[in-house]
Design a protein. Structure first.
Length: 295
């Protein structure tokens, strides 16, 4: 007998009028059954679209998922694509939130196609670009609609941050300068829910990204943020209070309570919010300085 389906439309009539309200509490360490279903359906839809769009072979895709995501590689070596999807559905229904996020990040990562790849495949045309499908944006929409406390930022899942912060970080990770981009991307990776959550190194990479930009703009190499700032600020017009705030980033990371040189501050004292704050600040500084004319 088929399971009875219930109506669930967020901000629909029933929800809006408080008859059968849908929870608006942020979900961090546990997902409701309804949210698990929405996340699976979204991921399955992403797979279906990308398999068709990219012309992926389902058997090869199933084999890749088994070999790289499941532990029991040899037992399930011959599982079909449909069987893998069924196993993922079961996982979404029964496993912990971190397992779900791990699967989401892995699957989205292997079927993602960048705008550049899409343009190349379709020989760039405005009509084609209007139908470009961003898997990370699609998943973020589901996270947002379901009040899930995580978002994709630079292809990694991190604890929730607002749209403005996401835009700032992503913009700083796609500058014309590879060394800056790489440091920002590493910072995000260290901040990721599925990484070792190394907040100390996340902060170090954020500061390093800023230093890299200062050196690039000055055409120097190896200058620390403190020394580079003095030189750069003599060549650009920046409010003195803003100059001091930027220079204090280096003081924060290098003084006796900082983290840059493996000194007295314990790693356990550094929080996600602290590391994310430094990442956002450094990203904003990078985005700002790139636009400022140098004398």
């Amino acid at each position: 007998m088929n399971k009875k389906r219930t109506i669930r439309v967020r901000d629909g009539f029933s929800d809006r009028n408080g008859i059968k309200s849908i929870s608006k509490e942020m979900q961090i360490n546990e997902f409701t059954a309804e949210t698990r279903t929405v996340l699976f359906n979204t991921l399955n839809n992403i797979l279906n679209i990308q398999v068709k769009s990219l012309g992926l072979d389902e058997d090869n895709l199933a084999k890749y998922i088994v070999e790289n995501m499941f532990n029991d590689v040899y037992e399930r070596y011959h599982d079909s694509y449909d069987q893998i999807i069924s196993q993922i559905r079961y996982l979404f229904e029964n496993e912990s939130y971190d397992s779900i996020l791990t699967v989401v990040e892995f699957i989205c990562g292997i079927v993602y196609e960048s705008p550049e790849q899409y343009r190349s495949r379709n020989h760039y045309d405005a009509f084609f670009m209007s139908s470009y499908f961003n898997v990370f944006k699609e998943m973020n929409n589901a996270f947002e609609n379901e009040y899930v406390g995580y978002r994709f930022v630079d292809e990694k899942i991190v604890k929730i941050t607002n749209k403005e912060e996401i835009f700032t970080i992503e913009k700083a990770s796609t500058t014309p300068y590879d060394s800056v981009n790489e440091a920002i991307q590493k910072s995000v990776s260290f901040l990721s829910e599925n990484s070792k959550k190394d907040y100390e190194n996340s902060i170090k990479e954020s500061i390093l990204a800023t230093e890299e930009l200062f050196n690039i703009l000055l055409n120097t190499s190896g200058l620390t943020l403190g020394k580079a700032a003095d030189q750069l600020f003599s060549k650009i017009d920046v409010d003195e209070h803003l100059r001091d705030a930027i220079k204090n980033l280096y003081k924060y990371a290098s003084d006796s309570n900082g983290i840059r040189h493996g000194n007295n501050k314990e790693k356990s004292e550094i929080t996600f919010d602290e590391a994310k704050l430094i990442l956002v600040i450094c990203s904003a500084v990078i985005n700002f300085l790139i636009t400022v004319p140098i004398k």
